[in-house]
Design a binder for this molecule. Structure first.
Ligand SMILES: NC(=O)c1ccc[n+]([C@@H]2O[C@H](COP(=O)([O-])OP(=O)(O)OC[C@H]3O[C@@H](n4cnc5c(N)ncnc54)[C@H](OP(=O)(O)O)[C@@H]3O)[C@@H](O)[C@H]2O)c1
Length: 308
C-alpha cells in the first residue's frame, strides 16, 4: 500500500486526509509524525519543516497543496524527487472574481465613496469607462492569464508582464526586465500574480512603485514576500499609491499591531483571494499518485531550477 504523508509546520492539513482518501481509497494517508511516516512515498506539503522531506527515505513525489511551491523548494535539503502543484480552473475563477472586485472597486471609486460615509458626505464620483482604465497584471501564468482575459471581457484596458512573450487576445504583452518600465509606466491598477522566486522576491518595492503613475492602485494577491511593506506604506503616505488591496503578507496571519493594518487607503484581506477546495486538492494528489505508480507522466510538475 502506498503511503502519503501530510506535512506542514504551521498549517493544520488534517482536513485534506479524508479528501485524499475519498479520491483514492487505496492509499494510506498519514499526518507527519504518525507511526509509519518513514514509509511515505508521497508528501503533500505546505511550509514543511526544513529537513522533513529529506528524512523520508522512500520519497518519490512531493506535492504542494496549493499553486505556489516556494515554501517547499526553498528547503536546501530538498530531496531529488519531482515537485508538483495544484492547478485548478476553480482557483483561477476564484482569483478572477477577487481581482475583478478590486478593479471595479477602484474603477467605480468605491474607495472614495466609502471613505466619505463616516462624515455623511454625499458625493457622486464621475463614472469612468472601464476601457479608459489600464490594469497591469504581473504574471501571466495559469491564474494571471485567466484574470487578464476576464478583465478584458468586462472592458478594462489590460496589459500583462511575464518572463516570455506570448499572444493573449486583447491583452498588451510586455516581457522580461527590459520591458518592465514600459509596462509600469501606464498601469493605473497593478495586480501582482507572480510566483515567489529569487528574481521576484521584494519586487513590490520603492523603485517599482515609483515607476507607476502618481496615484496608482495596487492589488497584491501573489506571495507575501513580493511585498516590501515599508516601501508600500511610504508610497501610500505620499499618494504615489492612492489605494492598495493586500491579500498576502510576509508573515501570516498579519500580526496584530503591524503598521500595515493602519496604512492609509489600504484594504487588508486574510489570504482569501482564492483557495483550492479540499476535494480538488485530494483529487489532484490522487491523480498524480496514480500517474506515479503506473510510470506515466505527472501533472503540473514544477521546474525547481526556475523556481515555479
Ligand atoms: N492569494 C491567493 O489566495 C492565491 C491563490 C492562488 C495563487 N496565488 C499566487 O498566485 C501566483 C500565480 O500563480 P500561477 O499558478 O498563475 O503561477 P504560474 O502558472 O507559475 O505563472 C507564473 C507567471 O509569472 C511569470 N514570471 C515568473 N517569474 C517572472 C519574472 N522573473 N519576471 C516576469 N514574469 C515572471 C511567468 O512567466 P512565463 O509565463 O514567461 O514563464 C508566468 O507567466 C503565485 O504566487 C501563487 O502563489 C495566490
Amino acid at each position: 500500500m502506498t503511503t502519503v504523508v501530510l506535512i506542514s509546520r504551521d498549517y493544520d492539513m488534517s482536513h485534506l486526509a479524508p479528501a485524499i482518501r475519498r479520491a483514492a481509497p487505496e492509499l494510506r494517508v498519514l499526518m507527519y509524525g504518525d507511526k509509519g511516516t518513514a514509509d511515505a512515498e508521497v508528501a503533500v506539503c505546505w511550509n514543511p519543516p526544513a529537513g522533513a522531506l529529506a528524512d523520508l527515505p522512500r520519497l518519490r513525489l512531493i506535492h504542494s497543496m496549493a499553486a505556489g511551491v516556494d515554501n517547499i523548494i526553498s528547503d536546501p535539503t530538498l530531496p531529488d524527487a519531482p515537485v508538483c502543484r495544484v492547478v485548478d480552473p476553480g482557483h483561477a475563477q476564484g482569483m478572477s472574481e477577487f481581482v475583478t472586485w478590486g478593479a471595479l472597486h477602484y474603477l467605480r471609486q468605491l474607495d472614495v465613496v466609502m471613505a466619505n460615509q463616516p462624515a455623511e458626505t454625499w458625493y457622486r464620483p464621475e463614472q469612468r469607462k472601464a476601457s479608459d482604465c489600464r490594469v497591469g497584471i504581473m504574471g501571466l501564468g495559469e491564474i494571471g492569464s485567466r484574470v487578464a482575459q476576464d478583465l478584458r471581457r468586462i472592458g478594462f484596458s489590460v496589459r500583462g508582464w511575464a518572463r516570455s512573450a506570448r499572444d493573449l487576445p486583447g491583452v498588451e504583452i510586455f516581457s522580461g526586465e527590459g520591458e518592465f518600465g514600459a509596462f509600469l509606466r501606464d498601469t493605473e491598477i497593478l495586480v501582482c500574480l507572480l510566483p515567489l522566486t529569487e528574481l521576484t522576491r521584494g519586487i513590490l518595492n520603492r523603485q517599482t512603485l515609483a515607476m507607476l503613475p502618481h496615484g496608482a492602485k495596487l492589488i497584491h494577491v501573489g506571495r507575501g514576500e513580493h511585498l516590501v511593506a515599508e516601501d508600500v506604506m511610504a508610497a501610500l503616505r505620499t499618494g504615489q499609491l492612492s489605494g492598495a488591496i493586500l491579500d498576502v503578507f510576509p508573515q501570516e496571519p498579519l500580526p496584530q499591531g503591524d503598521a500595515l493594518w493602519r496604512a492609509p487607503n489600504v484594504i487588508i484581506t486574510p489570504h482569501m483571494a482564492s483557495v483550492a477546495s479540499a476535494e480538488t486538492i485530494g483529487s489532484q494528489v490522487a491523480a498524480n499518485v496514480r500517474q506515479l505508480l503506473s510510470d506515466e507522466p505527472l501533472y503540473n510538475v514544477v521546474d525547481v531550477s526556475r523556481g515555479y
